[in-house]
Each structure stands twice: as C-alpha cells, then as structure tokens.
Design a protein around this ligand. Sequence first.
Ligand SMILES: Cc1cc2nc3c(=O)[nH]c(=O)nc-3n(C[C@H](O)[C@H](O)[C@H](O)COP(=O)(O)OP(=O)(O)OC[C@H]3O[C@@H](n4cnc5c(N)ncnc54)[C@H](O)[C@@H]3O)c2cc1C
Length: 416
Amino acid sequence: MADAREAGLCDVAIVGGGMVGASLAVALEGLGLSIALIEAVPHDAAAQPSFDERTTALSNGSRRVLETLKIWDAVAPAATSIHRIHISDRGHFGFARIEAAELGLAALGYVVPNRVLGRALMGALEARAEVELYCPARVTEINRTPEWVELNVARGGGEPRWLRARLVVAADGAGSAVRAAFGVVAEVRDYEQTAVVTTVTPRKFHDHVAYERFTENGPLALLPTTQGGCVLVLTLAPALAERAMGWSDAEFLAEVQRRFGHRLGRFLQVGRRTAYPLALSRSLRTSAGRCVIIGNAAQGLHPVAGMGFNLGLRDAASLAELLAARRAEAGDPQLLADYDAWRAGDRRLVIAFTDGLVRLFANPLAPVHQLRNLGLLAFDLLPPAKSALSALSIGSGGRVPKLARGVPLRRAEVSA
Ligand SMILES: Cc1cc2nc3c(=O)[nH]c(=O)nc-3n(C[C@H](O)[C@H](O)[C@H](O)COP(=O)(O)OP(=O)(O)OC[C@H]3O[C@@H](n4cnc5c(N)ncnc54)[C@H](O)[C@@H]3O)c2cc1C
C-alpha cells in the first residue's frame, strides 16, 4: 500500500472532508482500502463551511452510526438529548407533540455542536493510517479514464499532486464540482428564505424540548443545548433576514419573542448571528462512471426537519457497507448500481417530506391553514403517525445500514 501511495494510487478518493465525507473516511477504516481524503479547509478554521458554529440534531440512527464507529464517546459530553418535540403554527390552534417515552425511546435525538463533531471525526482520522489526509487542499481538475479517475490536488503552500483513484466520492457539498465533472446535473430550487442561526438564553429551562413553530415568514426552531441555552434557527424572507442581521440584540430578541411567545419565559441573551440562504438541490443521479455522489452533493435540504446530515450519514454508511462487501475493485459498476438502488427510496422519502413541509406551511390560503391545523391535531392524536415520522428520521425508508443497527463493518474476501 505504501508504494502505491507514493505513486499517488488509491482505491477511494473522497473529495470534501465535511460532515459526510469525513464520516465516510472513518467508516472505511479497517476495510483494506487505501483512501485519500481531500478537504479544502481545516476542521478548526473559522472559515470551515461544514464544521462551523451550527449545531446538528442527530437522529437515534445517526447516534448509533457514530457509536459503532467509536466516535460517539468524544461527542457525547457536548450532546443534549431531545425528549420531546413540540410543533405549532403561530396564530392557529393546532399543535402536536412527539414524546420519546411514548415511543419507548430514551431520546428522540441529540443536539451536537458541529465543531465537536469535526474534532471527533478528524481526530479519529489523524490517529489511523489507511486514510491519507490532504488538507488544506483542493481538487482543481478531474480526468476520467476507463481504469481510473485522475485528480489534480492543489495543496495549500505545496506542489500540486496528481492522484489516481478507482472510485471518487463527491462529498464536496451542494455546489459539487466533482458531480459537475462527471456531467451530473443538480436541480436547484431557491426557497427564497434565509435561516438566521444563533443561540438564545431563555429565562426558563428548556427541559430537553425542541420546538418547531411555523410562522407567516417561515419556520422557527429552538433546540435545547447544554447549560440551559437554546439554538435558534429563524427562517425569514431574504430581505428581512438581511435587516435582522443588523438589528441590535434587544430588537432581535423582541422579534423572536413575538414569533415564539412566552413558553420559555423571556429571552435574556442572544449570541452571534449567521445567515444561510436556503435552497433545495437534488442531483439527478447518485453515481456516474467511477463516481458516487453523497451528502449535500446529492441532496441539499431545507433544515426545517433536521434531516440533511442524518440522510447524508446514511449515504456514507450504505456506501461503506457495499465497499466492505465488495467482490471486485472499488469502482465496480455493479457496486455503483447497488448503491443507487439502495439509496433511492430513503432519499425520495426524505426529500419529499422536507420539501412538502416547507411548502405546506408557506401556503397562506385559509383552507390550507385549516387543513394544517387538523393535520397537526390528527398527528397529535395518532400514535402510528408519530411512529412513522420517527421511523423516517431513523431512515427506515427501506434497508437500514449495518452501522445504523450497531453492526461493525468487516472486510470481505476480495477477488479482483
Ligand atoms: C442552518 C442549517 C441547519 C442544519 N441543521 C441540521 C440538523 O439539525 N440536522 C441535520 O441532519 N442536518 C442539518 N443541516 C444540514 C447539514 O448541515 C448538511 O446536511 C451537512 O452539512 C452536509 O454535509 P456534507 O459533508 O455533505 O457537505 P458540506 O457540509 O457542504 O461540506 C462539504 C465540504 O467539502 C469541502 N469542499 C468543497 N469543494 C472542495 C474541493 N474542490 N476540494 C476539496 N474540498 C472541497 C468544503 O470545504 C466542505 O468541508 C442543517 C443545514 C443548515 C444550513
């Protein structure tokens, strides 16, 4: 493996070491593959776009993947469990609750700072030998041959280097250049909404409840974090979001209070605000040639249901499982076809659910409001609907990856 590495040859080159690409690299360890991970921005740099100041709500399935990969212990001290989700529609009567205990679960999910996840994943990679980490480094050119994918890697401060990989994984985010190099188009629909993300401190303890409140301008989510604080994801029309970024803390808190109400008492403090323009991007294919497309490069979702990373982690877990069981080299067309077939159902369901939710609650028509309220009430009264949503968040739109069931991956006999 060392000689091949010197010659720039590898089985799998992962372009993008953000949340999903780094998770895949960790999952591929120990499977007898030589791996190159190319990431443009170090995980602890202020400009890292994936491991930034956001938090991520992880599903139980994602927690299990991280546990199986031995990452969870490093994340757990900074994680806050969600025991209840409260969903409401501002100015209307309907609301719904989902209780972990009602579903026989210890928690519905966990809120984790992205930076902590980045430290844990990158720390694990630095300690292991099979992954060659190129960071800061950027893939600037891609050539396709029948046998290999050739990647020109521009390294920060160093000489550029050509790598040759049997399989390249596009984990380089929604605007994926790797996806484009393989001629795969992504459909993009601008939601004309911007998420303003920050932390707020309410007077009352959050008691491990996550709130999703639909307002006339878009959803507002409050997620519980450590030390009684909450993460706020406030979705606004772009022009209003721009103004909100410039409001004083007092003005900002007054607006949040107006939209959220007083369930948690008065909001006392607000942290630094960051704005994220929101769009749905959906790659028309999840593989092409010797390339597999995962995470945001395959689907960039609205954060309303907190499903983007959870879905991307299942992409990574499924691909790792297929590579562990491979009977041929990593870029085998059958393996790629199996990947496409496996991911299609889960992807379709989660994209439809998330997009449907955004559209439903963005609709100003009165009959739609009424239906929405009835829908929330019915949802609150119907345990099967809650179990279905909880199952969706675990990723049971079909075959659940081994890692999400707590089963470690093992290397199979490779015949080619
Ligand atoms: C406000 C907000 C809140 C969210 N909350 C949640 C949540 O609670 N739960 C949830 O499941 N999901 C959530 N998401 C979604 C989640 O953030 C994404 O699904 C996740 O970031 C996808 O990770 P990724 O690694 O696929 O892509 P990205 O995070 O986009 O990472 C791509 C990486 O590729 C690197 N890169 C790009 N081009 C190159 C190149 N040419 N060479 C080398 N490296 C390159 C970038 O530097 C980056 O590190 C949220 C999203 C937003 C916007």
